[in-house]
Ligand binder design. Structure first.
Ligand code: PXP
Length: 237
C-alpha cells in the first residue's frame, strides 16, 4: 500500500502570513525522504493555499508522482492539461468550506464529468474520483472511464462506536466492489495516527492512502524542539 502526502497546509501556513516560507517544494522533498510514494496538492479555485507557481515548481522538481486534486471547472481543467500531473483526483469544491466536504456526485454529475475525464486521460493523466463509499458511485466512476476512485473516509473518521463500524463496512463493501470491477481503490480524508489502524484492518484492496492534515500537524510537534534549538543557537553569544 502506498502513501500520498497532501502538503496543502504547508502552503496554508505560508499564505496566512503572506510569507515566502514554508515551501511546499521543500516539504515534498522531506516527505519523499520519509517514504511518501506520491505528493498530493489541491489547487483550489480561490487559491487559498497551493498556488499555480507551487504546481509548476513541483512538476519540475518532484521525483515521485504528483496527484492534483481539483474541481471540474474550465480554468482548473486547462491548468491540469497544461501541467500534466501523473494523476488527477476530481473533487467537489465549495468556496466557503474549510476542507472538501463529501464526495463528488459521480452519478448526478455524470454528463459534466464525462468530457473532462476523457480529456485528462487523452493527455495521459490517470483519473481518480473522490466519492462517497457507495456501490452506485463506484459504478458511475467506472462507467465514466476513471481508472481510480478515492473513497471518502471523512464520515468514518468523524464517528465513534457502532456508527464508525457501520461506516467501515460501507467502505469495505465499496473497496471490494471497486477492486472487482477493475478500479484502483484509494482512500483519504481525516485519517490520522489514531483512526488508521482500525480502518486498515477493515478495508481491503487499498492502493494508496492520501493523508494531509494529521501529518502536517504532527510534523509541527515533532519538529518544534529542533526549531527552537536552532534559534537558540543563533542567539548564543
Ligand atoms: N483526499 C482528498 C480528496 C482531499 O480533498 C483531502 C483534503 O484535501 C485529503 C485526501 C486529505 O485529507 P486530510 O488533510 O484530512 O488528511
Amino acid at each position: 500500500m502506498k502513501l500520498g502526502v497532501n502538503i496543502d497546509h504547508v502552503a496554508t501556513l505560508r499564505e496566512v502570513r503572506g510569507a515566502r516560507y514554508p515551501s511546499p517544494l521543500e516539504a515534498a522533498a522531506l516527505c519523499r525522504q520519509g517514504g511518501a510514494d506520491s505528493i498530493t496538492i489541491h489547487l483550489r479555485v480561490d487559491r487559498r493555499h497551493i498556488q499555480d507557481a507551487d504546481l509548476q515548481a513541483l512538476r519540475r522538481a518532484l521525483t515521485i508522482p504528483l496527484n492534483l486534486e481539483m474541481a471540474n471547472t474550465p480554468e482548473i481543467v486547462e491548468i491540469a492539461l497544461t501541467e500534466v500531473p501523473e494523476e488527477v483526483c476530481l473533487v467537489p469544491e465549495k468556496r466557503e468550506e474549510l476542507t472538501t466536504e463529501g464526495g463528488l456526485d459521480a452519478v448526478g454529475q455524470f454528463a459534466a464529468l464525462k468530457p473532462t475525464i476523457a480529456r485528462l486521460k487523452e493527455q495521459g493523466i490517470a483519473v481518480s474520483l473522490f466519492i462517497e463509499p457507495t456501490l452506485s458511485q463506484v459504478d458511475a466512476a467506472k462507467a465514466l472511464g476513471a481508472q481510480m476512485v478515492e473513497l471518502h473516509t471523512g464520515t468514518y473518521c468523524d464517528q465513534e462506536g457502532a456508527a464508525a463500524e457501520a461506516e467501515l463496512e460501507r467502505l469495505a463493501a465499496a473497496a471490494r466492489h471497486g477492486h472487482q470491477i477493475g478500479l484502483r481503490v484509494n482512500a483519504g480524508h481525516s485519517l490520522n495516527y489514531d483512526n488508521l489502524t482500525a480502518f486498515l484492518k477493515a478495508v481491503p484492496h487499498l492502493d494508496t492512502l492520501n493523508i494531509g492534515h494529521s501529518i502536517v500537524a504532527r510534523s509541527v510537534m515533532v519538529g518544534m524542539e529542533q526549531a527552537v534549538r536552532e534559534i537558540k543557537a543563533l542567539m548564543a553569544p
